[in-house]
Design a protein around this ligand. Structure first.
Ligand code: ADQ
Length: 476
């Protein structure tokens, strides 16, 4: 009988009925297998216990581990978001090297592994999410866990050269090789991951494309993530949400929705909208940019800096272009209810996704799903978002080229209906093909076909260093 599913992710839903595409897909997969979902407790400091706190139980169990304030600072804000995040998003200039960051990151992963090891059966499948837990499989293997362990990286895989920024660059490949399956967002990410292994003398390529690394074999594949397409489209059609959106946002509306993050290219997006306003004819219809961008990680200096920069640009552009009854840039700093968001997407004639680097970008997919296929808006999409790999009929732009983005905004507003329909239909097909339910089932069925390279139950009690053993090759 197949075992249960164990999911590990930094964020974990606390409510009884989780919402949001990724969360729902994971929730559904867990309900089917009666498994366990473990994540960090939303309260930074727990009640003092060092173990797992159960936060929900249904057909599966949700448990959380607590981070002390020091762990939150050094593991989450430190190594995860001031080292790995900028590294993976091409901003090695923002990487902050602090010994305590790395030490705490490893210590938290070791602790989570200890909390989990006894709860994982040999036939279970473990699905680890994202850069907060890169060393987790290595720690679980050290504790004798032989179950299949898969990893999905939601953010871009870093280019080879950038890995040298890490305090111990060789660790990255070793961490990944402790998983049986490494899932990445795009074919480009997969190529970069394989390039890392190819340049490492410890790695060797098997005939079936898997990588043998010391005593382990790991498969590397892309699994582009998506959204709950039909459910989101349904939300956008809801008439009550439409009725609430009659605000005077001008005749032409372009929308942007992002966490306030330097990887999303927001300053250039605002500048491009300013250049579009500069170039438009005096009698052209009024156009507004509605930017929804709640701040995140504000204790990290780079996030405070981007907020200040953006407010300055918005202030300057509004000063130059506002009229008594019209403000061209509306900048909202808080999260918006998903139903309202879906309605706003549908109301907007264009959506600007201008990421300088992005694993996938779900906003691009949500915008397409929310459109009326008979009269759709136009997606303007950065070539550096993972979504651009398959959504080739969006207006693809270089987010460093302000003039090109300004022209794209004008092109989107002037685009004939037939062309809008054709581009939208092609993009919608790409969104459907990567529906989040497809993404989850593809990843899990691929993981189930991986042949675990360590089936040595007698090692379960030992927490010693990894032992070597003959490699079992995956069937080709
Ligand atoms: P994010 O960097 O958070 O995700 P994205 O993929 O765009 O980026 O997802 C953002 C989600 O949050 C969307 O569903 C969006 O609707 C929602 N959201 C953003 N701002 C909001 C607001 N103000 N109010 C309400 N909802 C808001 C990371 C990676 C991405 C990858 C995803 C999933 O950085 O590249 O696509 O994980 O793997």
């Amino acid at each position: 009988m197949p075992g249960k599913l164990v999911v590990v992710s930094n964020r974990i839903p606390t409510g009884a009925a989780p919402s949001g595409g990724l969360v729902v897909a994971v929730h559904d997969a867990l309900r089917g297998s009666g498994g366990l979902w473990v994540g960090a407790h939303p309260d930074p400091a727990g009640p003092g216990d060092d173990g797992l706190t159960e936060i929900a139980r249904d057909s599966y169990t949700r448990c959380a581990f607590h981070l002390t304030e020091e762990e939150y600072d050094n593991y989450y804000l430190g190594f995860a978001n001031s080292v790995l995040w900028p590294l993976c998003h091409g901003r090695t200039d923002l990487v902050e090297i602090e010994r305590r960051y790395e030490e705490t990151y490893l210590a938290v992963n070791r602790r989570v592994a200890r909390l989990l090891a006894d709860r994982i059966g040999d036939d279970d499948q473990v699905w680890v999410h994202d850069y907060h837990f890169l060393p987790l499989a290595q720690e679980l293997r050290r504790l004798g866990v032989v179950a299949r362990i898969g990893f999905f990286l939601h953010i871009p895989f870093p280019p080879l050269g950038a890995l040298s920024t890490l305090p111990t660059p060789d660790d990255f490949a070793a961490w990944l090789s402790a998983f049986d399956l490494v899932g990445l967002q795009t074919r480009g990410d997969t190529a970069r991951c394989l390039e890392m292994f190819r340049s490492d003398p410890r790695a060797e390529f098997m005939r079936d494309g898997t990588v043998k690394f010391r005593d382990r074999v790991v498969a590397v594949r892309s699994f582009p993530i998506g959204i709950e397409t039909d459910a989101f489209a349904e939300l956008a059609r809801a008439p009550e949400e439409q009725a609430a959106l009659g605000a005077d946002m001008g005749e032409k509306l372009v929308i942007g929705v992002d966490r306030l993050d330097y990887s999303k290219g927001l300053p250039n997006r605002f500048r491009a909208f300013g250049a579009f306003l500069d170039d438009r004819a005096p009698d052209a219809p009024r156009a507004s940019l509605l930017q929804i961008a709640p701040p995140t990680r504000e204790r990290v200096a780079a996030y405070r800096a981007i907020r200040t920069e953006l407010e300055e640009i918005a202030g300057r552009l509004n000063g130059a272009h506002s009229e008594l009854d019209w403000t061209p840039i509306r900048y909202i700093h808080h999260a918006v209810d998903r139903a309202v968001l879906a309605g706003l997407y549908r109301r907007a004639g264009a959506c600007l996704v201008t990421s300088l680097a992005d694993g996938m970008n779900l906003v691009a997919k949500e915008y397409v799903a929310a459109q009326d296929p008979e009269d759709p808006g136009v997606l303007i999409l950065s070539r550096f978002a993972g979504a651009a790999e398959d959504m080739t009929e969006a207006l693809l732009v270089n987010p460093y080229d302000i003039g090109e983005m300004a022209t794209a905004i004008a092109t989107a507003f002037d685009m004939p209906l037939e062309e809008r329909r054709a581009r939208h239909a092609a993009c919608l097909e790409a969104v459907r093909e990567t529906d989040v339910s497809v993404w989850a089932s593809n990843f899990l069925s691929c993981l189930s076909t991986c042949v675990p390279t360590m089936r040595m139950p007698e090692r379960r009690a030992s927490a010693g260093p990894e032992m070597t053993r003959p490699v079992e090759k995956e069937p080709s």
